[in-house]
Design a protein around this ligand. Structure first.
Ligand code: FES
Length: 117
């Protein structure tokens, strides 16, 4: 088992912020820290460049699909022209039921955040 990896200070990861740490996008969704693998299941955008929507979901910076950061599942498929493709939204939501984003716990100790427990 590897040692927990330092993310930064809790003060630096304010609600709505997302950063990249290794192969994870680490963020603060309405006060809840999360870490999910950072490659979007659609076309591979870096989710560390995404943002948090009003529901606490991680939104992809390219085509604005949205992920539940607790389960790693897509809850809204790619938007824009992709949203006009029949069945695509359903397909990606089902795909990420089988292949959700990987997740890792984020722990806070003495004001510092770490990936892993
Ligand atoms: S690459 Fe993420 S929605 Fe297209």
């Amino acid at each position: 088992m590897s040692a927990p990896q330092r993310v930064g200070t809790a003060a630096d990861l304010s609600p709505g912020k997302v950063v990249g740490v290794g192969r994870y996008a680490v963020g603060n969704a309405n006060g809840r820290y999360f870490a999910v693998t950072r490659k979007c299941r659609h076309l591979g955008a870096d989710l560390a460049g995404g943002n948090i929507d009003e529901n606490g979901c991680l939104v992809c910076p390219w085509h604005h699909s949205a992920y539940d950061v607790g389960t790693g599942r897509m809850v809204r498929g790619p938007q824009g022209n992709y949203a006009k493709v029949p069945g695509l939204d359903f397909l990606y939501r089902m795909l990420t039921r089988v292949l959700p984003l990987g997740r890792k716990p984020v722990t806070e100790r003495d004001g510092e955040l770490y990936l892993g427990s």
